[in-house]
Write a protein of this length. Sequence first.
Lengths: 267, 311
Amino acid sequence: MNRRAEIAHRCLLLANKEIARGWHLFELEAPLLAHAGPGQFVHLRTGSSTDPLLRRPVSIHYADPAAGRIRLLIRISGSGTALAARRKAGEELDLLGPFGRGFPFLDETAPALLVAGGIGMAPLFFAAVQRQRAGLPFEFFMGGQSDALLPPDEYFLAHGIAPLIVTEDGSRGGRGLVTALLEERLAGAVKPLRVHACGPAPMLARVAELARSAGVPVHLSLESRMACGVGACLGCVVHVNVDGKVEYRRVCRDGPIFDGEAVCFDN
Amino acid sequence: MITDPRLALDLAGVKMQNPLIAASGCYGFGFDYIQWVDPREWGAIALKGITLEPRAGNPPPRLAETPSGLLNAIGLQNPGIAFFLKEIRPLLRELGCPAIANIAGESVDHYRELAAILDGLGEVSAVEVNISCPNVRCGGISFGRDPATVEKLVGAVRQVYRGPLIVKLSLEAGDIGAVARAAESAGADVLSLINTLKGMVIDIHSRRPFLGNITGGLSGPAIRPVAVRAVWEAAEAVSIPLIGMGGIASAEDALQFILAGASAVAVGTANFVNPHIAREINLGLQRYLDDKGLRHYSELVGAARRETDGR
């Protein structure tokens, strides 16, 4: 009676490499997770004790079904991610997933503008690689605080991708915010176009505003503190406009990708 | 799914294959895990708390992680009893294990009305009366502190609900024994304890309370010893069966509650970390019974009390 999908996966960590300051790239043997798409996430147990108690949602950075492998990109931002970053190749990682709805319309022929802020590039890199392989047009805009806090160009070039990068301090690419790149690109742009974005909330709010005023559909990957990851606990909700009414929606189950038109950035 | 007669029980009329219950608020209406986990890994599932009217719940952030604990302030977000009857109830048999409806209200009349609606529904095996939620202003815990109020509320529900009646208690009642006795004498068939403990976390950078609701309810291993003590004290006060909960994450943890006097145990927070926790705890209970040469786990219920003459 095993018609149910596996939820829990013990995966061999093949490599843990720091590709930018505080950014750890995990390569994992995970055949049952390798069919996941861009925007979906796994729920990672960072240690083995009860502190930290909860798992951490980590978006899938790349998945290769043929090789049965996935990659995760973990930015150290607290005790849980710091613990995870210390895991070594050869260890087994405890993951749940894949969870969440990924980015929609990744197979459509209209150009996709992928807009990433910092570690928000993790799922968009995956989307970019997919579009690249499928021969579908895309442009990848990426913003970060400084050069040291972003992966090197070679990291992207190894996958045939060359994002347009800006930094807040101007240490790499132009100085400025990635939303300025988007604004420029959307000015008088030929449609149809579609925007996919992932990054900090203020950036996403601005992306949604720019896309709306340009009349371009936009999908945003949202973040929230999570407990269960499957929609049972109602802990990770955000305000979303549903048929003219503002309602709570679960980032883990209803998202993490939401129609940017509907997301309310009030909290 | 585990079928072992040594773990089966009849909890005041709720026929369970094993003594593990998914704690209310931690398992939705039973379907969030169903594509991955057989609900029959559980002996029963306590559904998300239902109110008369839909509730949007508290503003985020709703969760804060604490040392070996989880502070939550969901605020009883639920679609209301009408939606439950129309959309959820018809599906409940698909779970394959008993479903326990959990109800919360803002007045005795609310509780009575909810219980009356649920009376006689074949899909609902029992009703759990939540008088211990720390996250809602009007309802919940304000009913659970005072033995006289508890007696009145449980009595009102008892009048209209004929099935197995579970009353969920909090430790906010200073004297758990007095509240437990009040619920028992008003007609409760089972007591469940403990609900989360009210707590808070302050963000030192924003210099504001971290949770949108300011305070929340603490769960997880951090509260386990307190919960074991509460079960111990309630077992001393009443003779009806108890459902013990609070930080259970292993068979060893579950056994502590059983030995303190719990006939069944509920798991909440640990399920978020390990969705197969019920199966693992049941396997652990089986191993314990094997090791100790016991015929049924019920031989262990309250055994620690007998060892110490209840002291």
